[in-house]
Design a protein around this ligand. Sequence first.
Ligand code: T46
Length: 132
Amino acid sequence: MWYEVCDLKRITDLRGDLYVSELGAGLPFAVKRFYILTSFNKQARGFHAHKALHQMAYCLQGHCEFHLDNGDQREVIHLNAYEKGLHIKPATWREMHNFSNDCIILVLASEVYDEADYIRSYDEFLSWVKPT
Ligand code: T46
């Protein structure tokens, strides 16, 4: 699958719930960076692809939509539960839309920040994933 939705494991006891994911069990890559997106002002974000980066996005609060495109197929994934992580793989165009006012998104990344890994033009993305 060119993207995946991965469930966190829930461990419940009398004190409440603990959700966990670890390398090889729900977390498909070692994490070198994380960032948080919040305080949205109705403007969509993203509009780029990555050449090599893997990311897991968790909507910790509220809801939002990830629009993913691999050059052949488009999918809209509704993230509205913090126990669901969206694995966005390399060579995937992503856009984020329709954030709720209270939305908080946590993103885990496989690499440190590198602007050279971004493809920020959709035409360039199509030429990169589907060379003629
Ligand atoms: C992605 C989606 C889901 C940094 O300096 N370090 C960082 O680690 C990141 C993520 C961003 N930045 C800078 C680069 C820009 O000047 O922060 C500014 C905003 O970044 P950007 O316009 O890329 O933000 P989004 O929300 O469009 O995209 C972000 C990630 O950049 C991207 O990798 O997949 O979230």
